[in-house]
Design a protein around this ligand. Structure first.
Ligand SMILES: C[S@@+](CC[C@H](N)C(=O)[O-])C[C@H]1O[C@@H](n2cnc3c(N)ncnc32)[C@H](O)[C@@H]1O
Length: 382
């Protein structure tokens, strides 16, 4: 008897490629095939790699929680001066030696620390990288809210999760009147954004040096980190950051404290309702569009366009997806994060290009950035 389940693909209504893919799906899902692939010397490594990838998908939430414990207990900071013994560490982080060892072994398995000969632990590359970027630890701590919202992902997908933690954290995401959000709410997310901004600002300013411009307006600029970085790097550049009134007030205080208020201003407004001030020949939207639905981004782009003079330029910097190749950061992480937050979505370069053209921009091009995972960069001209 012929085993039709595993016979070669036949030409039918579908293309050969579809039939081949379907045949492959049936093969890979068959336990007998899985067993054979895991035993056969030439396929064993592939089977192990795929098996491991599937296990990692199942276990991802445990890995994240190991990271939460690592951050909350300040392990990276405690190892910043060099290797420590388990006894020293368990005292420092107030855990029983057995529990400290469990945490350190898990952290070693995840590449955060390494176990050295002689029984000490030291920072490994991932742990060391966290020391140099305060934003990572802040995000890990902040993820408690996302973790709670994702407890029932199907309910979230169906829109049945009421009172989401992220929706209330990012008060403006679903508010009808964004400008009415109090300083106590804008303050928390503004600090988180400021902590994770430096790398993005550096990458964007390296990809698009602003020397040819007179005045930059950073719309949705938070407490002014990007505007400040641009002004510091570009001699003679005037900057203005535009954000909700309570956030702009904080930016103004920062500019005054840093002694750059003569060429760095802050304007408070609601960019969904108010026209943007003129005078800038360059406008930036850094991590702004993906927070909002199309019906809000389209008018915002039109307002940006109206505020720019002929020859003026717009920069959009944020994570973007790739239509042809879904990826873990844009589609899985930001896809679900933004769903929990309320209304935004991570867009592809093609989608943004279409929206920019509809708003009257031309010559839209992508400039390569150092860490596209954090932000890709589009430049468009009036
Ligand atoms: C995700 S944060 C990005 C902040 C900053 N550009 C950065 O990358 O760190 C989005 C910013 O847009 C601001 N924002 C949201 N809705 C707004 C509105 N309707 N009018 C003005 N600013 C708004 C928020 O207050 C926040 O500072």
């Amino acid at each position: 008897m012929v085993d039709t389940a595993h016979s070669a693909p036949q030409r039918g209504g579908r293309s050969w490629r579809d039939a081949l893919r379907h045949w492959r799906v049936r093969m890979v899902s068959d336990p007998a095939f899985q067993r054979a692939a895991a035993s056969f010397p030439l396929t064993r490594w592939i089977a192990r790699r795929k098996g491991r990838a599937l296990f990692d998908l199942c276990a991802g939430f445990v890995y994240s929680q190991v990271l939460v414990a690592f951050v909350r207990l300040g392990v990276a900071e405690r190892l910043s001066g060099g290797p420590r013994t388990l006894d020293e560490l368990s005292d420092d982080i107030s855990l029983e030696p057995e529990a400290a060892e469990r945490l350190m072994r898990a952290a070693a398995a995840l590449g955060l620390v390494e176990h050295r000969v002689g029984g000490t632990y030291a920072l490994a590359d991932l742990g060391a990288a966290m020391l140099g970027n305060a934003g990572v630890a802040e995000m890990v701590t902040h993820h408690a809210a996302l973790y709670a919202d994702l407890a029932d992902p199907v309910a979230l997908l169906r829109g049945e999760t009421a009172g989401r933690a992220l929706e209330s954290y990012w008060g403006y995401a679903t508010a009808e009147d964004s400008a009415s959000i109090g300083a106590e709410r804008t303050g928390t997310y503004s600090e988180l954004m400021a902590a994770s901004l430096p790398m993005i600002a550096e990458d964007v300013l390296d990809a698009y040096p602003m020397a040819g411009h007179r005045r930059l307006m950073d719309v949705g600029g938070g407490i002014g980190g990007f505007a400040r970085a641009a002004a510091t790097r570009t001699t003679g550049l005037n900057v203005v950051t535009v954000d909700l009134p309570t956030v702009a007030a904080q930016a103004r205080l920062h500019f005054e404290k840093e002694g750059i208020a003569d060429r760095a201003q802050a304007t408070g407004l609601d960019f969904h309702r108010d026209p943007l001030p003129g005078g800038a020949d360059l406008i930036s939207l850094v991590r702004v569009c993906f927070d909002h639905p199309d019906e809000r981004v389209a008018p915002l782009l039109a307002r940006v366009r109206a505020a720019l003079p002929p020859g003026g330029r717009l920069l959009i910097a944020e994570p973007m997806t790739d239509m042809r190749h879904p990826d873990a950061v844009g589609d899985a992480y930001f896809g679900f994060y933004l769903m929990a937050m309320g209304r935004g979505r991570c867009r592809s370069v093609e989608t943004l290009r279409t929206m920019l053209s509809a708003a009257g921009f031309r010559a839209v091009r992508e400039l390569p950035t150092r860490r596209p995972m954090l932000a890709r960069l589009l430049v468009a001209e009036v």
